[in-house]
Design a protein around this ligand. Structure first.
Ligand code: NAD
Ligand code: UDP
Length: 318
């Protein structure tokens, strides 16, 4: 297949590109480099089946015939989507519509990277796909949450009225190599702080929870979903739930760091609990994650060690 990946220079888009190439497909990667970096694609510079175009998906453009579109373009970390608030809303709405037009025009399959943030600060736990969410439409996370919820509605509309073969994955917190140090997400912050001997910054009392999925597990689930006959959203994530304090402890153990913990204010509307119910993915795709948190952190250690050795990367996205 000839596959288009938007957001290809990002954390997840670059891993997805690697897997698609390994399966024998050719890939056109599109990215505006707003939060991604060409470093994530540097190893593909001599790969004849990979082409890259620096392009903003909000600006109309015709990629030519493609067999499948994976739409991964969007800022994803809270400090980044807050810095790029209007761009995030445009990317989720206008940009996503452009990618759906490509799929419609070329009769291509389509998968959109949605998010557990569609559930907001959830009142149902763990979160099933049927839960409609508890989202603040005007709060500090609204530019991301509402862009992603609008994008889901847009995807369903193209499926229902144009017959596009769409797929929606709701991704829960994912980590691994290429998670950009300095973009402010918890695993990259903690790994960088631990490796530099700086205090780990715990927001709030650290009792809020997240459920962390290693990137290889996530990509496997997404590829299976892309081939499935399912158009409603599917949660892909790791149902092992950790408090942020437990996550900090795991990072200290894996890195062997003696860093202290520093407590800082909890950002407004930071979800209290988050854990995927993955029954649908299990039944439909025969998928479940295999890599536990400490194992995944150990697999990510080399990447963060290299980054911690380079003075350019700040450790906290705030
Ligand atoms: P990332 O910031 O590393 O990657 C996003 C990429 O999209 C970047 O390379 C950025 O430059 C590009 N981009 C942004 N706006 C664009 C535009 N208008 N045109 C073209 N390119 C644009 O983030 P990520 O973690 O790899 O996330 C990828 C996707 O997965 C996002 O849609 C995100 O919302 C979703 N997601 C990720 C997670 C996670 O835990 N990593 C969780 C839920 C959802
Ligand atoms: N967090 C933290 N310290 C940090 C970065 C994040 O305690 O240095 C917390 C943050 O408040 C949230 C959780 O870790 O409760 C996950 O944050 P992240 O930004 O990675 O993702 P999201 O909030 O979007 O799930």
């Amino acid at each position: 297949m000839h596959v288009l990946v938007t957001g290809a220079a990002g954390f997840l888009g670059s891993h997805l590109t690697d897997r698609l190439l390994a399966e024998g497909h050719s890939v056109l990667g599109v990215d505006n480099l707003s939060t991604g970096t060409l470093d994530n694609l540097a190893h593909l510079s001599r790969e004849p089946r990979f082409h890259f175009e620096q392009h903003d998906i909000c600006v109309p453009f015709d990629p030519g015939p493609v067999d499948y579109v994976f739409n991964f373009a969007s800022p994803a970390s809270p400090p980044e989507y807050q810095r790029l608030a209007i761009e995030t809303l445009r990317t989720g709405s206008l940009g996503t519509q452009h990618t759906l037009e490509w799929a419609s025009r070329y009769n291509a399959g389509y998968l959109h990277a949605s998010t557990s943030e569609c559930y907001g600060d959830p009142l149902v736990h763990p979160q099933t796909e049927e839960y409609w969410g508890h989202v603040n439409p005007v709060g500090p996370r609204s530019m991301y949450d509402e862009a992603k919820r609008y994008a889901e509605a847009l995807v369903m509309a193209y499926h229902r009225t144009r017959g596009v073969n769409t797929h929606l994955v709701r991704i829960f917190n994912t980590y691994g190599p290429r998670l950009r140090p300095g973009d402010g997400r918890v695993i990259s912050n903690f790994m960088m702080q631990a490796l530099r001997g700086e205090p780990l910054t715990i927001y709030g009392d650290g009792r809020q929870t997240r459920s962390f999925c290693y990137v290889d597990d996530l990509i496997e689930g997404i590829l299976r979903l892309s081939r499935a006959d399912m158009h409603l959203p599917v949660n892909i994530g790791n149902p092992s739930e950790f408090t942020i304090l437990e996550c900090a402890q795991a990072v200290l153990e894996v890195t062997g760091s003696k860093s202290e913990l520093r407590f800082e204010p909890l950002p407004q509307d930071d979800p209290t609990r988050r854990c995927p119910d993955i029954s649908r993915a299990r039944a439909l795709l025969g998928w479940e994650p295999r890599i536990a948190l400490k194992e995944g952190l150990a697999k990510s250690l080399d990447f963060f060690r290299r980054k911690a050795g380079s003075p350019a990367a700040p450790a906290d996205g705030r």
